[in-house]
Design a protein around this ligand. Structure first.
Ligand code: GLP
Length: 240
């Protein structure tokens, strides 16, 4: 793992965006993926600015979302889809070649899951997979105990995730499942960038980076990835 400690959130965001841009420059017609959540907001903003300034060309690049709450579509507040639309897609002055956003409110969720697999199969493997880390070490919705050999799947949310999720949509929704790219697809990415900020992520980041590789801390699997960058601010990296 390449561990990059940044002095603050802004530096973490700039560094992560620059690593994404490098990945795109290496394979301009590749496939990239960003997470939802609070952590990537700055990184996405930096990335969009780079694209809009003409510093990175995404005209041949494909984009796929990482995960979604089952029951939420990309118009629902707090959904990863809406995060993608508002922060990334609608702000880009020059669009991606193609985009696949998971619909967590699809009538046929198994077809939705298959569609995610098919998209990654067609345009993948991922060139750049940016990931956040959940308070329980989840990646996307690869929750504790997840089978590392899975591709896209639908999974019950852990108790920790259910506690944390109200920060995204208050009391409005009570999802019980998530749909996510699987660890197999994440591990097949040419470059993985795990971003984390804030003291509240320090303990789980320590477990992921320094602890044993175990599906009880799904992010620990990244220790086995040949090209994984951990980009963290000083607060999140404090226990590394
Ligand atoms: C959410 C998402 C993940 C995200 C993680 C961390 O539940 N499923 O994709 O990376 O939890 O979120 P945050 O960055 O808000 O801490």
């Amino acid at each position: 793992m390449h561990i990059i400690v940044c002095k603050d959130y802004e530096e973490m965001s700039r560094k992560a965006a620059a690593l994404v841009a490098e990945g795109i420059q290496a394979r301009p017609d590749g496939l990239i993926s960003f997470p939802g959540g609070d952590t990537p907001l700055g990184m996405v903003r930096e990335f969009v600015d780079m694209v809009n300034r003409g510093e990175v060309d995404i005209s041949r690049t494909h984009y796929v979302s990482l995960d979604e709450w089952v029951g939420l579509s990309d118009t629902d507040e707090g959904s990863c889809g809406l995060f993608n639309r508002e922060n990334l897609l609608s702000r880009l002055e020059k669009p991606f070649a193609d985009v696949h956003i998971i619909n967590g409110a699809a009538v046929n969720m198994d077809a939705e899951r298959q569609g995610l697999d098919d998209y990654i199969e067609k345009y993948g493997p991922l060139d750049v997979s940016v990931l956040g880390i959940g308070m329980n070490g989840h990646l996307g919705f690869n929750e504790n105990g997840v089978d590392f050999s899975l591709n896209a799947h639908i999974i019950p949310l852990s108790e920790t995730t259910r506690k944390v999720m109200s920060k995204y949509f208050g009391d409005k929704f009570h999802p019980t499942q998530g749909i996510s790219q699987g660890i197999r697809q994440i591990m097949a990415a040419r470059r993985v960038i795990l971003i984390a900020n804030g003291a509240h992520k320090a303990e789980i980041l320590r477990k992921a980076v320094r602890g044993p590789v175990t599906n009880e801390v799904p992010a620990s699997v990244l220790q086995n990835h040949p090209n994984c960058y951990v980009v963290a601010d000083e607060a999140a990296a404090a226990l590394l």
